[in-house]
Design a protein around this ligand. Structure first.
Ligand SMILES: [Zn+2]
Length: 418
């Protein structure tokens, strides 16, 4: 009985065939589309195409999208969450690969039957909309010249049974299964939603709040004692940098809540957190808090009228006039300014971002020491955003009492794909 593949989704339609669109795939070393794209809805059920053994489950999630486009490692994550199943037949060893998944319902080493539910569909990895990408490999096919593609990739369609067809009999010969990969516990987490404090919530400086995210344990391990959520980068919003993760079995959806306090810095502030297991290894995407800290709390203490802080913008020393820049690059913006007030700048005088996009700088940035009338350069190191688009970053000086003063310093950049 030659290999037969049962339809792996709940929708009987192929949206892209084998070898289509060579122009999209040649840069990845392929001769065209290396498998079939099959229509499914988000979280639609994905079925094993044939009897076999799960060789690998990789829950890379959206690592592909989080890595800079310049990172060569990125292409290793193009399939997102994926399952690989090995099928041993008299005519050879085949592997089916199910890519861009939401989650897996099997683990490496599982024996599966044709038509068995193995996972749910999504849009993870290098994908622009929910679908199932199915690849089929036949060991030795590239070397034997049976396929134009590298890596033993062959066209699954000749083996695919019509939608709704039940296989006549098992394609499995009962031959011994390949030694299953050791079943290693996989820690994984999928972000579902912000339950409280949606991005850009306005919160007065100093006000306590509770941030809650809804997540699913998409791994094969149970979150228990020792699993934590750790502060990884951005603006600290409280003294604790680690909180216990709620208990969750594989597949459970739970809420993670942490107490935070809006910091004294003003503007758009971001705090990033990552889950970690009992061995301290982090997993899953960053969970972030993005707040706009209100400028009216606490009330600034007015300065005596005689002492006036001032800053005058003189010129842009670089990145003037909306230049095109690369994504995800460090960038140091420099302005020339003058202390146009009657007070000297010293400890506690800072530049703070004002609503706009601080481009990942960590405000506040100290102002250089300057006497009234002095000219100085002020600079801020930022990271350009990952997504193409036009961004504005705006900054204003603050005195040690937190009172803003002087000209607004701004920069407009356009992040392009280069
Ligand atoms: Zn595809």
């Amino acid at each position: 009985m030659p290999l037969q593949l049962v339809w792996p989704t709940q929708v009987g339609k192929i949206s892209q065939h084998f070898m289509e669109h060579p122009e999209w795939y040649t840069s990845g070393g392929l001769k065209g589309h290396e498998g079939l794209d099959i229509v499914t809805k988000t979280a639609g059920e994905i079925y094993a195409c044939a009897d076999g053994v799960v060789a690998e489950v990789r829950l890379d999630g959206d690592t592909f999208r989080q890595l800079p486009t310049t990172d060569p490692k990125r292409w290793g994550f193009a399939y997102g969450n994926q399952i690989r199943i090995t099928h041993l037949l008299p005519e050879g060893e085949y592997t089916t690969v199910y890519a861009h998944l939401l989650e897996a319902r099997v683990v490496a080493g599982d024996r599966v039957k044709a038509g068995q539910l193995i996972g749910l569909a999504d849009n993870t990895g290098n994908s622009t909309g929910t679908h199932l990408h199915l690849s089929l490999k036949k060991k030795g096919a590239s070397d034997a010249g049976e396929t134009p593609q590298p890596r033993d990739l062959i066209d699954p369609e000749p083996f695919l049974l019509p939608f709704g067809t039940v296989p006549e009999s098992s394609g499995d010969t009962g031959a011994p299964a390949p030694a299953p990969a050791p079943t290693i516990g996989l820690d994984a987490l999928r972000y579902l939603a912000d339950v409280t404090i949606p991005d850009n919530s306005e919160i007065p400086s100093g006000q306590p709040f509770t941030k809650t995210w809804r997540v699913t344990n998409t791994g094969t391990t149970t979150w228990a004692n020792g699993f934590t959520l750790r502060f990884t980068s951005g603006n600290p919003m409280g003294p604790n940098t680690s909180f216990p993760l709620p208990a969750a079995k594989p597949g459970d959806t739970v809420e993670i809540s942490i107490p935070q306090t809006a910091p004294p810095s003003l503007g758009k502030l971001v705090s990033k957190w990552t889950a970690a297991n009992a061995q301290g290894q982090s997993f899953g995407p960053n969970l972030s808090i993005v707040i706009l800290v209100d400028e009216t709390h606490p009330k600034p203490v007015p300065l005596p009228a005689a002492a006036a802080d001032g800053l005058r913008f003189i010129g842009d020393l670089n990145f003037a006039g909306n230049p095109l820049v690369m994504a995800a690059q460090p960038l140091r913006k420099i302005w020339r300014v003058q202390n146009a007030g009657s007070t000297a700048w010293g400890a506690g005088y800072v530049l703070a971002s004002i609503p706009g996009d601080p481009l990942n700088a960590l405000p506040p940035v100290p102002l250089p020491a300057a006497n009234p009338g002095d000219e100085e350069e002020v600079s801020i190191e930022m990271l350009t955003p990952f997504k193409p688009g036009t961004y504005q970053s705006k900054w204003q000086a603050r005195n040690p009492q937190g009172q803003p003063f002087g000209d607004v310093l701004s920069m407009v950049i356009t992040v392009g794909i280069m």
